[in-house]
Ligand binder design. Structure first.
Ligand code: NAD
Ligand code: MG
Length: 400
C-alpha cells in the first residue's frame, strides 16, 4: 500500500478536525507528520496523543511551552516547535507528501505557498491564500509540479464535474464548459428583514443553518463575502473569467456546484453537507475512500430549490466582483479589509450591517498594483489592514 504522509496546517480548527477524522479511518495509509495550531493547547494535546505526529507547531510561543510540558508529562514523543516560521518548515518537509492548508485567513498564505513551492499535493481549504495571491500560488504550483486539489465544497464539486482533461498542475479552461453554477446557501439571514441587520449578534451570524464551521467563515457566509471569495478562488483554480461563474442560491446545500456544457448537459455533485466528503475525495484522488459521511437518501431528501441572490441583501458579493475586475492586489485588499471587519464584528466593535462599508471604503482608498511579488501582496495586505482598522475606529468614535 502506498502511504501518504501528511501535514495538517490548522489541525485544531473545523477543517482540521474533519481531516483527522478521515485520516484516522486509514492510519497506516495516512501517517501524520505534523499538526499545527495558533494557540489551542488543550485540543492540540489531545490530537497529539491520539494521532502521534512527529512534530506539533504552536505559533504562540507560550502555548508551545505549555504543550511541550503537557506532552512530556504524558510520555509523548512528539517534538514541539514554536513560531510562524515553523509552519512553512513542516509544509515543505521532504518526507511529507500532502499538506492540508486549513489555517484561516492571510496567516495561511506563507505555509501554503511553501507547500506549493515544494511540489506537494496541496489540499486547499485556505481560500484566502488564493484570493490574496492567486497568480503567485498558481505559478508556484505550475513550476514545482505540485498537485492542487480544492477542499472548498463548491470547488471540489466543480473539480469532480470537469472533464478528465483537467490537469491539476496546469488548470486549463475546461473544453466545452460554458458556465459554472456556484451554489450558495444564503446563510442564516437569507429571509431576515433587511431593516433588522444592524442588530445581528456574532452568535446569530455564526449559527449557519447547514454547515458547522469556524467563526470567520461563518460570518463570511452570513454576509456572502464567502461566496465572493469563492468566485475569485474559482477563477484562479479553473482558469475561467468571472462571467463564466453564476452564483445561485440553493438553501438545502445538497448540490455543491454544477458545470454546464455546450451540448446542454449540466453535471452536478450532490451529497450531505459534510466537509469530510471533499476532504476524503482530495486525499484519495483519483481513487475513492470511506469518509464517514451519511449517504444521501434521495427518497427522504425533499425539495431542492434554486434562485437568484438579492444584490441589496448581500452587497459583499458585488464588492468581490469589483475587486476581481480591478485585478492585481485589489483582491488582497478586499480580503484584508474583510478580515479586519469580521474581527471587529466578532469583537463587538462593529455592526454586522457596517461590514460592507469597511470593505468598500478600503478598496476605494488603495490603488491596485500588479500582484507580481510576495512583497507587493503583503504590502497591500498591510496597508488595507491599516485603512480598514482606522475606518472602524472612526466609526466607533462617531457613535460614542
Ligand atoms: P477555524 O477557525 O475552525 O480553524 C482555523 C485554524 O487555523 C485553527 O487550527 C487555528 O489554530 C489556526 N489559526 C488561526 N489563526 C492562525 C494564525 N495566525 N497562525 C497560524 N494558525 C492559525 O477555521 P475553519 O472553519 O476550519 O476554516 C479554515 C479554512 O478553511 C478557512 O480558510 C476557511 O475559509 C476554509 N473553509 C472552511 C470550511 C468549513 O467547513 N469550516 C469550508 C470551506 C472552506
Ligand atoms: Mg465553500
Amino acid at each position: 500500500m502506498k502511504t501518504t504522509q501528511i501535514t495538517i496546517l490548522g489541525s485544531t480548527g473545523s477543517i482540521g478536525l474533519s481531516t483527522l477524522d478521515v485520516v484516522a479511518r486509514q492510519p497506516e495509509r495516512f501517517p501524520v507528520y505534523a499538526l499545527t495550531a495558533h494557540r489551542n493547547v488543550e485540543r492540540m494535546r489531545e490530537q497529539c496523543l491520539a494521532h502521534q505526529p512527529e512534530v506539533a507547531v504552536m505559533v504562540d510561543p507560550d502555548a508551545a511551552d505549555t504543550l511541550r510540558a503537557a506532552l512530556a508529562a504524558a510520555g509523548s514523543r512528539t517534538e514541539v516547535r514554536a513560531g510562524a516560521e515553523a509552519l512553512a518548515e513542516v509544509a515543505r518537509e521532504p518526507r511529507v507528501d500532502a499538506v492540508m492548508a486549513a489555517i484561516v485567513g492571510a496567516a495561511g498564505l506563507l505555509p501554503t505557498l511553501a507547500a506549493a513551492e515544494a511540489g506537494k499535493r496541496v489540499l486547499l481549504a485556505n481560500k484566502e491564500a488564493l484570493v490574496m495571491s492567486g497568480a503567485l500560488l498558481m505559478d508556484a504550483v505550475r513550476r514545482s509540479g505540485a498537485c492542487l486539489l480544492p477542499i472548498d465544497s463548491e470547488h471540489n464539486a466543480i473539480f469532480q464535474c470537469l472533464p478528465n482533461g483537467y490537469v491539476c498542475a496546469e488548470p486549463v479552461t475546461p473544453h466545452g464548459a460554458r458556465r459554472i453554477w456556484l451554489t450558495a446557501s444564503g446563510g442564516p439571514f437569507r429571509d431576515r428583514p433587511l431593516d433588522s441587520f444592524a442588530g445581528i449578534t456574532p452568535d446569530e451570524a455564526c449559527a449557519h443553518p447547514n454547515w458547522d464551521m469556524g467563526r470567520k467563515i461563518s460570518v463570511d457566509s452570513a454576509t456572502m463575502m464567502n461566496k465572493g471569495l469563492e468566485v475569485i478562488e474559482a477563477c484562479w483554480l479553473f482558469a475561467v473569467v468571472p462571467s463564466t461563474i453564476q452564483v445561485v442560491l440553493h438553501p438545502q446545500s445538497i448540490v455543491h456546484s454544477m458545470v454546464a456544457y455546450d451540448d446542454g448537459s449540466v453535471l452536478a455533485q450532490l451529497g450531505n453537507p459534510d466537509m469530510r466528503t471533499p476532504i476524503a475525495h482530495a486525499l484519495a484522488w483519483p481513487e475513492r475512500m470511506e469518509s464517514g459521511v451519511e449517504p444521501l437518501d434521495l427518497l427522504t431528501m425533499g425539495k431542492l430549490e434554486f434562485s437568484e441572490p438579492e444584490a441589496a441583501r448581500f452587497p459583499a458579493l458585488g464588492l468581490a466582483y469589483a475587486a476581481l475586475e480591478r485585478g492585481g492586489t485589489a483582491t488582497a485588499v478586499l480580503n484584508a479589509a474583510n478580515e479586519v471587519a469580521v474581527d471587529a464584528f466578532l469583537g463587538e466593535r462593529l455592526a454586522f450591517s457596517e461590514i460592507p462599508a469597511v470593505i468598500a471604503t478600503t478598496l476605494e482608498a488603495i490603488e491596485a498594483e500588479t500582484a507580481d511579488s510576495l512583497e507587493r501582496v503583503l504590502g497591500a495586505d498591510r496597508r488595507a489592514r491599516e485603512v480598514a482598522s482606522e475606518y472602524v475606529a472612526n466609526l466607533r468614535q462617531a457613535v460614542s
